[in-house]
Write a protein that binds this ligand. Structure first.
Ligand SMILES: O=C(O)c1cc(C(=O)O)c2c(n1)C(=O)C(=O)c1cc(C(=O)O)[nH]c1-2
Ligand SMILES: [Ca+2]
Length: 540
């Protein structure tokens, strides 16, 4: 896993080296051994317990027959063929760090580079372990002011590009000022930091009222993507703080934006803001997926973001120019996107919310999609997106006075959940990136917070909140196979091959924000417990 191996991950289906199954995060595999005809014979090969009750969101990295997976306080290496533990490292952190974890005590995985696995810890540290032994090679603190007391936490997985570890932070629900930063993978030395919210006097600071930018949020909690040709890293930036918008008049740059940055220096080359003065926690963190698709009859390299507010953006990868943006789920806060300015054409629902009036908003605070990663098949040209179908009533009372570290999310607004069909709170959809229209929509009683994965044999894999791991027909949305795992799935399926056999791996283990906070009656009494599962075709 040199820098070049990471760039080539998409073409080497024996390993899964990069978060998102390659730098483009298509979560597409060229493997076809498991197909529509035989997927009914998919059986578990092994399961491994991570001995954790908090939630399993970790992306499994697969390298030379070893799987690396994480929970909030453990990193584990498991034999990919047998599930036997090779090593397991427990990480200690001060329990008070958890005070500023908004949405589930989780970790989304490791990044691998030159014999090391590198991960983040809740209290804003990065640690590098020897991939063979688990021995600690280096450990660093993110520099000031990145402390739990100041509202910062780390839940995401790093992205390593040409020897630079790029890491984001959480904390927009705790009055932080967000940033992205780069570290030297060999030594852990801090190389650069790019704040997502400008300091006083910097360009963009005029889009904040008073001192509001000092605690303005703009997290970077979901891992980005990389295009080696353009040498650009794409990273989604989260919501402004507080959720209550009434003391931060202005566009609140650069929250709720897609960034394109230089991995070596952190220099921002372009940005695209999706929700100026966002009242609804519409973090624009969903992975900016890189693809080459047909635009006006010609192939064009684009960045696609299924935005939390419900619009599906297609941007030019080189300059961030808006190509198209269409709804891919139920929303009522904007009537469309102005193609000239790129701004949402907001409705009364949005303007009333800014004035403190009570409104009914679609989607809810959790979005049309939250962080659950979509997949893109270059074969079908479709995106496979797990969506939520939930709205809310919303009212912003007089806003609180913020200081760094103080809660700036849930307690700052009044909300209740709204559904229009209690039996459908989400869909898995096959969506055309250029129109936002679905080819098919498969309904679910609760939204899937599992990521999706698609294969060249036109199978879409996803997990269900109540624990079923499923394969669907990418052409029709029909559920072809389903296996009940012991807990709910909010993990990230991957597929890989070894000795000519194809395997599928996914983590089971309910947790994350939805299970904690949504009050979804379907999830009452659902057993917790994180375990890692690997499946293959039954052939003996
Ligand atoms: O703005 C932030 O800093 C931040 C961080 C996180 C996180 O770190 O998990 C989530 C959110 N926001 C958030 O808004 C959200 O809905 C959410 C869901 C989840 C999850 O793991 O299920 N995390 C987060
Ligand atoms: Ca958020």
């Amino acid at each position: 896993q040199t820098a070049d191996d990471l760039k080539n991950d998409e073409n080497t289906p024996g390993d899964v080296l990069v978060y998102g199954m390659g730098y483009s995060a298509n979560r597409f595999s060229p493997l076809t051994q498991i197909n529509k005809d035989n997927v009914s014979k998919l059986v578990p090969v092994w399961a491994y317990s991570l001995a954790d009750l908090q939630g399993g969101e970790s992306f499994p990295v697969v390298k030379d027959g070893v799987i690396y997976a994480t929970t909030h306080n453990a990193t584990t290496a498991v034999d990919a063929l047998t599930g036997k533990q090779i090593w397991r490292v427990l990480h200690d952190y001060p329990p008070e760090s958890l005070r500023v974890v908004c949405c589930g005590i989780v970790n989304r995985g490791v990044a691998i580079y030159e014999g090391m696995v590198i991960r983040a810890l809740m209290d804003d540290r990065l640690v590098a372990l020897d991939a063979k032994t688990g021995k600690e090679l280096w450990m660093v603190n993110s520099p000031e002011p990145a402390t739990s007391e100041n509202g910062y936490a780390m839940t995401g997985a790093p992205l390593i590009v040409n020897g630079v570890v790029i890491m984001g932070v959480a904390g927009a629900e705790f009055s932080h000022r967000g940033f992205l930063e780069g570290y030297d993978a060999k030594t852990g030395k801090h190389l650069w930091r790019l704040y997502t919210v400008p300091a006083k006097g910097e360009p963009g600071s005029e889009t904040w009222e008073g001192d509001s930018q000092l605690t303005g949020g703009g997290s970077s909690w979901i891992t980005g993507t990389y295009d080696p040709e353009l040498d650009l890293v794409y990273w989604g930036i989260g919501n402004p703080a507080p959720w209550n918008p009434r003391a931060r008049k202005g566009d609140n740059l650069f929250t709720d934006s897609v960034f394109a940055i230089r991995p070596k220096t952190g220099e921002r080359v372009w940005y695209f803001q999706t929700t100026p003065q966002d009242p609804f926690d519409y973090d624009a963190v969903q992975t900016p997926v890189i693809a080459t698709i047909n635009v006006d009859g010609a192939p064009r390299k684009v960045v696609i973001q299924a935005n939390r507010g419900g619009f599906l953006y297609v941007l030019d990868a080189k300059d961030g120019k808006l190509i198209t943006a269409n709804p891919y789920g139920k929303l009522n806060w904007a009537s469309g996107i102005d193609m000239k300015t790129g701004r949402p054409m907001v409705t009364d629902v949005f303007t009333d919310a800014l004035e403190g009036k009570k409104v009914t908003v679609w989607p809810s605070i959790s979005g049309v999609t939250n962080w659950q990663h979509l997949s893109f098949s270059p074969r079908t040209g479709m995106l496979y997106i797990n969506t939520l179908h939930v709205g809310m009533t919303y009212e912003a009372p007089d806003p609180p006075k913020l200081t760094p570290g103080r809660p700036s999310g849930v307690p700052t607004v009044k909300r209740t959940t709204v559904t229009d069909d209690p039996n459908i709170r989400g869909y898995l959809k096959a969506v055309d990136p250029m129109t936002g229209k679905s080819k098919w929509e498969t309904p679910y009683r609760s939204p899937n917070y599992s990521s999706t994965m698609v294969t060249a044999s036109n199978l879409v894999f996803t997990g269900v909140m109540t624990g079923e791991f499923q394969a669907l027909d990418a052409d029709t949305g029909k559920i072809l196979w389903s296996f009940q795992t012991p807990s709910g799935i909010i993990g990230q399926p991957v597929t890989w091959e070894r000795n000519g056999k194809q395997y599928v791996t996914v983590m089971s283990g309910i947790g994350g924000v939805y299970a904690l906070r949504a009050g979804d009656p379907n999830l009452n009494n659902l057993p917790t417990g994180v375990s890692l599962w690997t499946f293959a075709l039954f052939d003996k």
